[in-house]
Design a protein around this ligand. Structure first.
Ligand code: DSN
Length: 428
């Protein structure tokens, strides 16, 4: 980065400091990861210079021959990876992908149903502070208090009553397998589209270590930077339903439109202009990496590390929502440890361990305080850590959480964290 250093030393220094933070801290935010150098190179390439509004072969600008090739590769690889019939690789994020889907399939005021944010859902699944709760009539379902699993009875009752046009299945803080099939039964009964938001589990699905949303979901969205380990961005996928015309008649031709056409035009020009071609190239690289046998080994280790987190926390008397995990994350209920999520996040941060405070289902505390933290294994696994290191990490976390005011303990944990991180560099 010698050019940046010479031209803008302030930004160079900031990036360098962030690199050092990522290197020296233990990253346990379940939605974060470290991309490969190949993805970083594509994302930092000259493709950022190109305007390419439209889609491959149908652009509003000249000079798109090479970006067309990049986008076509990204589309083809996404389709192979997820066994999908359709892929749109232009959404700038998972939230944008969801917005594109809603714009294609809904009218303002239509009813949508998603998992409540405080029960592990996502802002874009109907939260009142997001477009999804402002533009649409959002009804949320919940998990059960006794076992932390999706309450399908609650979902069915509400779906029958509110007749949603879309049911969203997927979550940001749900440690268990998403049962797409059960969601589809309910969607079919009430005549709703089923939208699988697989942002968190997409790497697991790509590695065939979590059930596929296809053929159950009509449409699927995911971000590309979480367990999938690509650049920051989003995509939309469809399976067989891609082949069915949808009941919107094109005014000029009188032809019934395909859902793929509606999704494409919802993303561009509906919600976005020029696609980020450098990021689309980065997505293509990440999909190629995810198609390799190495990626399966990586996800296997992510899952076994998450299991190890779960066992070690349980052994130390921590309560886990749903009692454990099937995925890459655990959700800790800290109420019996006499610290809030906020206090734990702060103390762990002081010790060089990055997590996020997280609402737990039926949380008596506010979203700014919370009673829980979410702990994920993807990033630490990318650095090469395995179960031996996870056992050490849980021990370090426990020392901090149970002594969250003790500066000496926090400082001694911090040096142990730094030592551990030194043995597992993020980039050579
Ligand atoms: N903010 C992301 C997460 O942390 O799960 C979801 O988009």
């Amino acid at each position: 980065m010698s050019h940046l250093k010479n031209e803008d030393n302030e930004i160079f220094t900031i990036i360098n400091s962030e690199f050092n933070r990522q290197t020296d801290f233990l990253e346990l935010i379940a939605s974060e990861n470290f991309t490969s150098k190949a993805v970083l190179e594509a994302a930092g390439s000259v493709l950022t210079n190109k305007y390419a509004e439209g889609y491959p072969g149908k652009r509003y600008y000249g000079g798109c021959v090479h970006v067309d090739e990049a986008e076509n590769l990204a589309i083809d690889r996404a389709k192979i990876l997820f066994k999908a019939e359709y892929a749109n690789v232009q959404p700038h994020s998972g939230s944008s992908a969801n917005m594109g889907i809603f714009l294609a399939m809904l009218n303002p005021g239509d009813c949508i149903m998603g998992l409540d944010l405080s029960h592990g859902g996502h802002l874009t699944h109907g939260s009142k502070v997001s477009f999804s709760g402002k533009l649409y009539n959002a009804v949320t379902f919940h998990v059960k208090k006794e076992d932390g699993l999706i309450d399908f009875d609650d979902l069915l009752i509400k779906a029958r009553e509110h007749k949603p046009k879309i049911i969203i299945c997927g979550a940001s803080a749900y440690p268990r397998t998403v049962e797409f099939e059960k969601f589809r039964e309910i969607a079919d009964e009430v005549g709703a589209f089923l939208h699988g938001d697989i942002c968190h589990n997409s790497g697991l699905i790509a590695a065939e270590m979590h059930p596929s949303p296809f053929p159950h979901c009509h449409v699927v969205s995911t971000s590309t930077h979480k367990t999938l380990r690509g650049p920051r961005g989003g995509i939309i996928l469809m399976g067989e339903d891609f082949k069915n015309p949808y009941g919107v008649v094109a005014p000029k031709s009188g032809r019934t439109k395909m859902m793929s056409e509606l999704l494409d035009s919802a993303v561009m020009p509906g919600i976005q202009g020029g696609p980020l071609m450098h990021i689309i190239a980065g997505k293509a690289v990440a999909f190629k990496e995810a198609l390799s046998p190495d990626f399966k080994g990586y996800i296997q280790q992510v899952l076994s590390n998450a299991q190890c987190f779960s066992e070690e926390f349980l052994r130390r008397g921590y309560n886990l929502i749903s009692g454990g995990t099937d995925t890459h994350l655990v959700l800790l209920d800290l109420q019996n440890k006499s610290v809030s999520g906020k206090q734990a996040e702060h103390a762990l941060d002081e010790a060089g361990i990055t997590v996020n405070k997280n609402m737990i289902p039926f949380d008596p505390k506010s979203p700014f305080v919370t009673s829980g933290i979410r702990v994920g294994s993807p990033a630490l696994t990318t650095r090469g850590m395995g179960k031996d290191e996870v056992r050490v990490v849980v021990d370090l976390m426990d020392r901090v959480i149970t002594n969250s005011e003790d500066k000496d303990i926090i400082s001694s944990v911090k040096s142990e964290v730094k030592k551990l991180c030194k043995s597992f560099p993020i980039y050579d």
